[in-house]
Design a protein around this ligand. Structure first.
Ligand code: GRF
Length: 199
């Protein structure tokens, strides 16, 4: 069975979409751990309700603690709204085995400091006509790893950051499970800076 760990920092709606996709049989995998970098977040409640092991790590030594916990235990680490930056041996040990979802079309509105509602505010202020979300591999450059998949949404003049966030989030809930499914089926090939999806 393909084993995954999910890292969260907040409400966990992406976590829920992954749990649902597994329950429906769309993804054949088991969630071994849900790990957060803060306590008292709703995402941890969701995990516990589903009988998934949880753990909270401190921002400072988070990466080494996560490596200790997950080395040899999981096939894939999924960042689903995880706000701490991963570094060190964890990135080396899990090279091309960590993915993240970002709520914009990378490389727009991405990189250090671009997270949460700030991403959508920047997109509105720039006046882009389309935004979306991106699933990508994680390397030491923030939001910089190879892009696996993207989904697009229109941006209307009447939008504010909240309405755009909701529209993008709907797509995130499809895109992230789809990426996990493709990876678990061995259909995602990394070739240099780019990703090829096998039919
Ligand atoms: C999502 O927009 C995700 O793209 C971003 O943080 C948000 C997390 O939402 N990285 P949730 O905790 O999954 O509801």
């Amino acid at each position: 069975m393909f084993k995954i760990a999910i890292l969260i920092s907040g409400g966990g709606s992406n976590l829920s979409s992954i749990i649902d996709s597994i329950d429906e049989g769309y993804i054949k995998a088991k969630i071994e751990w849900v790990i957060s970098d803060r306590e008292d977040i709703y995402g941890l409640e969701i995990a516990k309700k589903h009988g998934i092991k949880t753990c909270t790590v401190h921002k400072k030594n988070g990466s080494s603690k996560i490596l200790e916990l997950l080395k040899g235990e999981v096939d894939l680490i999924v960042l689903a709204g995880y706000l701490s930056i991963l570094n060190g041996d964890l990135l080396r040990e899990f090279r091309n085995k960590i993915i993240n979802i970002h709520p914009s079309l990378i490389p727009s509105f991405a990189g250090a400091g671009m997270y949460g509602i700030k991403v959508h505010r920047a997109a509105i202020n720039k006046g882009v006509k389309f935004s979306g979300c991106t699933v990508h591999f994680v390397n030491k450059e923030v939001d910089g790893g190879a892009i696996i998949s993207q989904a697009i949404v229109p941006v209307y003049f009447e939008d504010d950051e909240k309405s755009l966030q909701q529209r993008v989030l709907k797509e995130e809930h499809k895109l992230l499970p789809q990426a996990i499914k493709l990876i678990s089926e061995g259909k995602v090939l990394v070739q240099g800076e780019r990703v090829k999806i096998l039919e």
